[in-house]
Design a protein around this ligand. Structure first.
Ligand code: URA
Length: 216
């Protein structure tokens, strides 16, 4: 597995504002969207392209277009939905599949309650959206679901990660990124100190789902 921490002043600036308890829902949503678009730029660095030639007003120019089949974006319900618009801004042609996982607040074990993914994902590149990589249980389950269906690569885009969650994913998906199948990458704006006793990332930003959508 490859982990990419995006060390860029704009990313850190937006993440800091996102953490701030004074950032209320409207601001939190907008910052999440903007931050994801910045992360998406790095998350798509290895995306498959094919060469093409176009005619400019002066002559032929060689370039690339995104490869086929289109990438699959997978927001993890509920909080991942808040990241979808920011990702789609850079990948408007992508398909979108949904998975829903809920974690038991005592055992911290994640269980699947929704699966709207294509049955056959052979050769597809997937981008999983989940704001908080905490214990890593949710992402491990989603990556395994995608791997079973044949994806060639999974890039998890997260706003924040905990060392415990990264360690778990590295254990589950070992090996240098290019040699492993599927290739697994994590792209995040920061790696925080640790998990607290409730499994929250510390200092983190609190409950991402509640801050995006309210306590419902
Ligand atoms: N989920 C959240 O929303 N926040 C955390 O800190 C951990 C899991």
């Amino acid at each position: 597995m490859q982990t990419l921490v995006i060390d860029h002043p704009l990313v850190t600036h937006k993440l800091t504002a996102l953490r701030d308890t004074r950032s209320e829902t409207a601001i939190f949503r907008r910052l999440t969207e903007e931050l994801v678009t910045l992360l998406a730029y790095e998350a798509t660095r290895e995306i498959r392209v094919q060469p093409i030639t176009v005619q400019t007003p002066l002559g032929a120019a060689t370039g690339v277009k995104l490869g086929s089949p289109p990438p699959l974006i997978v927001p993890v319900l509920r909080a991942g939905i808040g990241m979808l618009d920011g990702m789609i801004r850079l990948l408007p042609m992508a398909d979108v599949g949904f998975v829903g996982l809920v974690r038991d607040e005592e055992s911290l074990v994640a269980s699947t309650y929704a699966d709207r993914l294509p049955a056959d994902l052979t050769g597809r590149e997937a981008f999983v959206l989940d704001p908080m990589l905490a214990t890593g249980g949710t992402l491990q389950t989603v990556i395994a679901m995608l791997a079973e269906r044949g994806v060639t690569s999974v890039t998890a885009v997260t706003l924040l990660a905990a060392p415990e969650g990264l360690k778990r994913l590295e254990g589950a998906f070992p090996g240098p990124a290019q040699a492993a199948r599927p290739v697994v990458r994590v792209v995040t704006a920061a790696v925080d100190d640790r998990l607290d006793e409730r499994g929250y990332i510390y200092p983190g930003l609190g409950d991402a789902g509640d801050r995006l959508f309210g306590k419902v």
